[in-house]
Design a protein. Structure first.
Length: 469
């Protein structure tokens, strides 16, 4: 796909701004219109919601979390596992009461679920109170889509299977001045056999480095202290640019931006992570010594069936290389237990891998079949109960490891970023170490947004506890 077909032309974006102005005129009245944006799933969805909130704000909207007060409700959904979808259907089902009471309220479903043809069909047929359905690729056209709903008084579906595009310069509402998400690329080309993402988020496409650098620079100048670069697989950044560059080069460029800030990123695919990336991380002062490197399984046979592109040994070698470059690296991972055809022995290979690697933390999932993916067509003889037993063994092991790793922090004094209030009177602040571990902190709210020295006094499986010095 040629870049000119990927990057949305300025004229198109200007046309959307015309719709924004028309929407603002339509919504204008005695009181400020209110929008509710309800977000499920990953950080990419959070970042997408912030852009949609930006567009809604330009239409004159304020925001609420109460559906009874909202004039426009947007549910931004996740399709990664069946449970996530069930939850959304529950939430959207409940909104029928809002529509009965106030038919003028406009209800929208967007995000990854909306892009699944089965879901769009189900909404069309059985959730008739939903006015607008659009997938992640259509997000930048929100003003035009909403305008269609308001003026044509009919339901709008924009869920065509698209390669995907890049829209620069969309407005944004950030939740905090301290931390921000910056998407550096969209989509995924990996087609891991269990995963729905490549089907709903289109092909990989990288933002121009200049646009990313400008966004990071603006954030740093505005006082932002922690920026997380987002992409389904940041390690394939830049392959599609007219002047190709890779993710390690991008980190080097970002690192040159002066200021007191930290760069994190997610997610890295192990098949594309290597010495060059680890060396860049080690040499860039602004880049956190933190790596989320999802392994998914510790069995080479299962990894093959997952289409992950590496073996257990190759993965372990990458971990060793990363730790050679950064002995203080904080390492986390994603695991799927119960992939179709996985045996108990293979699941235990995963348990032995996490024992060998000793991750700081894990995100663990039981396999969920996603219609349309190759894995969903495989025979899956192990019962849910069996998988649960394997899963619990994995969790037990990881809890022991995380507990031990966290205990090793106690007594140390670390530099942490205070990122907000916790709501807990005993530990009123929340903060993060360089490596991204959560520290519940005693100290004054005036510290929010600042780096402070924290003396670590306690720990549990999930977090650390400390006092600001
Ligand atoms: N079932 C269970 N977990 C899944 N993930 C992705 N697809 C599935 C699925 N079908 C997990 C992977 C991925 C994380 C974001 O979600 O571990 O890394
Ligand atoms: Fe899904 Fe694999 Fe792409 Fe991650 S890399 S989004 S698991 S297909």
């Amino acid at each position: 796909m040629d870049r000119t077909q990927v990057v949305i032309p300025a004229g198109e974006l200007e046309r959307q701004r015309t719709y924004t102005r028309r929407m603002a005129a339509l919504l204008a009245g005695d009181r400020r219109p209110l929008a509710m944006v309800d977000t499920y799933g990953c950080q990419q969805n959070v970042a997408d919601s912030q852009r949609m909130m930006g567009m809604l704000r330009e239409m004159g909207c304020g925001f609420t979390q109460d559906p009874r007060l909202a004039d426009i409700i947007l549910v931004n959904t996740c399709a990664i596992r069946e449970n996530a979808e069930k939850k959304v259907f529950g939430v959207v089902g409940q909104l029928v009461h809002v529509k009965e009471e106030r038919p003028e309220c406009v209800i929208c479903l967007c995000g990854c679920m909306a892009q699944r043809p089965e879901v769009a069909e189900k909404i069309r047929a059985s959730y008739r109170h939903v006015d607008l359905v659009f997938g992640p690729q259509a997000l930048w056209r929100l003003p035009e889509l909403l305008y269609g709903v308001y003026t044509e008084k009919k339901r709008v579906f924009s869920v065509a299977d698209e390669h995907g595009s890049i829209a620069e310069g969309l407005p944004v509402v950030r939740e905090s001045g301290v931390k921000a998400w910056v998407s550096i690329m969209y989509g995924c080309n990996n087609f891991c056999s269990y995963c729905i993402v490549p089907y709903v988020r289109g092909r990989e496409r990288s933002r121009e480095p200049g646009c990313i650098l400008d966004e990071v620079r603006e954030l740093v100048e505005a006082g932002c202290r922690e920026i997380t670069l987002l992409g389904q697989n940041v390690n394939s950044y830049g392959k599609d640019l007219e002047t190709p560059m890779d993710f390690a080069d991008l980190l080097g460029e970002i690192d040159r931006i002066p200021g007191d800030y930290l760069i994190r990123f997610m997610t890295s695919h192990p098949k594309d992570a290597g010495e060059k990336l680890f060396a860049a991380m080690a040499s860039c002062a602004h880049v956190a010594r933190q790596l989320h490197l999802p392994v998914q399984s510790g069995s080479s046979r299962v990894l093959g069936a997952m289409n992950r592109g590496y073996t257990r040994e190759q993965y372990l070698e990458k971990v060793r290389a990363a730790r050679r470059a950064m002995p203080d690296l904080v390492l986390t991972s994603d695991i799927i237990i119960g992939f179709p055809g996985e045996t108990e022995e293979e699941a235990m290979e995963t348990v032995s891998l996490i024992r060998e690697v000793e991750y700081d933390a894990l995100f663990t999932f039981i396999y969920s079949p996603r219609p349309g993916t190759p894995a969903a067509r495989l025979p899956d003889p192990a019962s849910r109960e069996e998988k649960q037993v394997w899963f619990d063994r994995l969790l037990d092991e990881q809890n022991r490891i995380s507990g031990r790793r966290h205990r090793s922090y106690v007594g140390k004094t670390l530099r942490v970023l205070v990122d907000g209030e916790s709501g807990d009177s005993q530990w009123p602040l929340s903060s993060r170490t360089h490596g991204g571990r959560l520290v519940h902190l005693r100290g004054d709210a005036s510290l929010i947004g600042r780096y402070v020295q924290a003396r670590i006094t306690g720990s549990n499986t999930w977090a650390l506890f400390g006092e600001a010095e």
